[in-house]
Design a protein around this ligand. Structure first.
Ligand SMILES: Nc1nc2c([nH]c(=O)n2[C@@H]2O[C@H](COP(=O)(O)OP(=O)(O)OP(=O)(O)O)[C@@H](O)[C@H]2O)c(=O)[nH]1
Length: 140
């Protein structure tokens, strides 16, 4: 584990933006019991020791959404200093998957139109904003 600028340990996280053919992306609501419960986020989770970003995404999206991702495209890497953790988010775009996303951990899901200025659900995790901005740039 590397250190952050403030010398806190860095939590490496893989986040996967599912993007469908109608220009919609998927958000999930963080379940009870996790930091920031009730906040909306892009699906994903912590990268385990020895895993690649893609392997972590494959595992997390199977657990959280019950889908099998087929490939992914790296979008950006973002860091955010939360009170509970300093996180480094490896953000990927996923356009190809098998199955229909479901809230396997009891979480609510919401498809959002990328062409809309803001998601229709709130609150969003603070670090979710820059990744959505980055996604819009990729698609212009
Ligand atoms: N999945 C996800 N995590 C995000 C986003 N933005 C963001 O700051 N995070 C942060 O990244 C970390 C991800 O951890 P997590 O709690 O979802 O991971 P996990 O599913 O492996 O949790 P667990 O250890 O409780 O099983 C959290 O600190 C969360 O606040 C996002 O858009 N998606």
């Amino acid at each position: 584990m590397t250190a952050s600028p403030s010398n806190r340990p860095v939590t490496e996280v893989a986040a996967g933006i599912l993007l469908d053919s109608e220009g919609r992306y998927l958000l999930g609501q963080r379940p009870e019991g996790k930091p920031y419960a009730g906040y909306w986020e892009v699906p994903g989770g912590k990268i385990e020791k020895g895993e690649t970003v893609f392997e972590a995404l494959k595992r997390e999206l199977k657990e959280e959404l019950g889908i099998e991702i087929l490939d992914s495209q790296e979008l950006t890497v973002l860091e955010h200093d939360y009170p509970h953790a300093y996180v480094r988010l490896h953000v990927s775009v996923i356009r190809n998957w098998c199955g229909t996303p479901a809230g396997c951990e009891g979480q609510q899901l919401s498809w959002q139109l990328l062409s809309q200025d803001r998601p229709s659900v709130e609150p969003m995790l603070p670090a979710a904003w820059p990744m959505l901005e980055r996604l819009k740039l990729l698609l212009v």
